[in-house]
Design a protein around this ligand. Sequence first.
Ligand SMILES: [Zn+2]
Length: 308
Amino acid sequence: MRPDRSRFALGLDLGGTKVEACLVDGSRRVLARKRRPSEPGLGRERVVANVLELVAETAGGAPFEAVGMGAPGTYSAAADIMYGAPHTPLYEKPGLVSLLRSRLGAPLVVENDANCLALAEFFAQCHGRYSTVMAVILGTGMGSGLILGNRLHRGPNGNAGEIGHVSIDIDGRPCECGRRGCGEAYLSGPSLGRRYAERTGETLAPDRVFERFRAGDADARAVLDESCRIMGELFANCVNAFDLEAIVLGGGVSNIPLWYERVPPVMNKALFGVPGRDIPVLKAVLGDSAGVLGAAYLALREMRLMQF
Ligand SMILES: [Zn+2]
C-alpha cells in the first residue's frame, strides 16, 4: 500500500456541541483542520447544513474521495440510529446519517468516536510495536476502542469495547446504565468529582482533586488511591479477556499523572496466566485531534490506502 499524496480524504468528528473536520492526503498528512458548533438542538437539517459547510470549507476544493465520521454511541445502518448517545437526543432519532450521506457526494463511513480515537492513537504510538491494544477515553463517560491483531474490532453490532460498563462490584455504585459497579460510575470525570464531594461536600473537577492530592489532602488521597486500584483491576479484566499488550489512555481525565505510575503495578499483579508481563498504560499523544484523525483513516481504508 503506497502512500499517495495526490488523493484526498475527509475526517469528521460529530459531537454534541461541535463538529470538527480534517482533510488528509493518502500519506496521512493533515492538510487542514477546522471546527464549528454542531447545534443538534436546532434539528437535523441544521446539523447537516453545519457539517456540509464545514466540509466545503475544510476541503477547500480538494477532490476528496471518501468521508469517515466519528460519532457518539453505536451507529446502526439498518435502523439509521446512533444508539447510546443519550446526551444528544437528535442522534438517537433515525434519519440524520442517511440525510448527510445523500448530500455529501462521497462514500461515508460512520464509526463510534472511541474507535476513531483508538485507531489514531494506535497508528501514532503502537503500530509495529504492539498489535493488540485497548484505547480508553476517560472524560464525561468512559469508552474504549479495541485493536486486536492490528485490526479494529467493532463487533457485529459495532458495540465492542464498552469497558465503562464492565462491573467491578455487583453491589457497587449505581451507574447511569442501570447496573451497579460499572467502571464509569467510579472513574468518569463526574463520578470522580461526586466521590470527592461525598467525602467533603465540595464538588471539584478531577484535575483539582489531583491538586488537592498533591497538597496532602487526605480525602483526595483516599479517592485517587481507590481510583488507581479500580482502574488497575478493570484494565486487568480486559487484559485477561483479550491478551492486550498495551493500554492507551485519553480524554479529559487522562491528564492525572498518577494513572501512569500507579495503575500498571496493580494491573500487572492481577494478570492471569503467562507470568512476567509488564503491560504499559500509555498517555494518548494526539490530544483532542485523535478522533477526527481516526475518522479520516476510515476514509483512507475505504480508498484502500490503509489497512486495519
Ligand atoms: Zn454502566
